[in-house]
Design a protein around this ligand. Structure first.
Ligand SMILES: [Zn+2]
Length: 273
């Protein structure tokens, strides 16, 4: 998980462009009637972007809400924004799990509750269909805290929130992921909700088993080298730095590689005769 720069554009002009391109006059009139309210809401979103939980829901008539939600079907103008939002995600992986390829655009603040943010570029997060489905219309917990890390505005690059430990069961290594709640603050609370709802710890453990097998094989390859333990550690460290640079501190593989380096038992296991 890494904080990235979102695609930002003149969103209110986009809203007006789409409004003007609509042929049905009654639909156009409805969009014109909400225009200034939508503009005020986009400003509010931008002003509160690091504390989006403070953006209160407002009541729209069901007709107006439905028309705003349907703006995402505009292929030409909204299609271009969709493309740009995805291009801003250079790694092409889901920004919620870092596991699968990004596919649908998730509405960080659900469009079912906030139809006015349906085509707002800052509210669109490239995600995978699994995360998109699991997230659905949730975004706040019972206490009103956000339930998901926002990859555009939450400062997650420097904090080690996702951790891993290698455990040995029946003589074999297996990964155990957890969220560091040592320094309880808002971001670690959000991260806890995030991994719970998206089922991430189990999803990370599954994919890590394969990565562990790879390193066990690599260890066996190094075994014949002189000073093999140092060389093996160095190779893991290099992979770790590369992953950290590409995907950030809270990437599952970064946590995994760190736990490998911290476990003498694991290194010994990989280099065993
Ligand atoms: Zn995902």
């Amino acid at each position: 998980m890494k904080k990235i720069n979102p695609h930002n554009c003149d969103n209110i002009s986009l809203f007006r462009d789409i409004t003007q391109s609509i042929k049905d006059q009654s639909l156009k009139d409805i969009l014109l009637s909400v225009d200034s309210k939508v503009e005020a809401r986009l400003r509010e979103y931008e002003n509160k972007k690091s504390k989006l939980e403070l953006v209160q829901e407002i009541k729209w008539s069901s007709n107006k809400a439905e028309i705003m939600r349907k703006l995402i079907l505009n292929r030409t103008k909204f299609g271009l924004i969709r493309k740009k939002v995805k291009e801003a995600n250079k790694n092409g992986k889901c920004l919620y799990c870092d596991l699968n390829e990004d596919d649908p655009l998730d509405h960080y603040m659900p469009k079912q509750i906030y139809p006015e943010f349906s085509i707002f570029s800052l509210n669109l997060v490239p995600s995978c269909s699994k995360c998109n489905r699991k997230k659905f219309n949730t975004w706040l917990d019972k206490k009103g805290n956000r339930s998901f890390i926002n990859p555009y505005f939450d400062r997650i690059n420097d904090k080690e929130l996702l951790k891993c430990e290698i455990l040995f069961a029946n003589g074999n290594p297996s990964p155990k992921y957890f969220i560091d709640t040592g320094s309880t603050n808002q971001i670690s609370e959000i991260m806890k909700n995030h991994v719970d709802i998206l089922d991430l710890l189990i999803r990370y453990e599954k994919v890590s088993n394969l990565a562990i097998t790879d390193y066990v094989h690599k260890g066996q390859d190094w075994k014949t080298e002189k000073d093999h333990e140092n060389l093996f550690r160095k190779a893991i460290k290099q992979d770790l730095l590369l992953m950290k640079k590409r995907f950030g501190t809270n990437y599952w593989k970064v946590a995994l590689l760190k736990s490998m380096l911290e476990s003498k038992e694991f290194i010994r296991f990989c280099l065993r005769d």
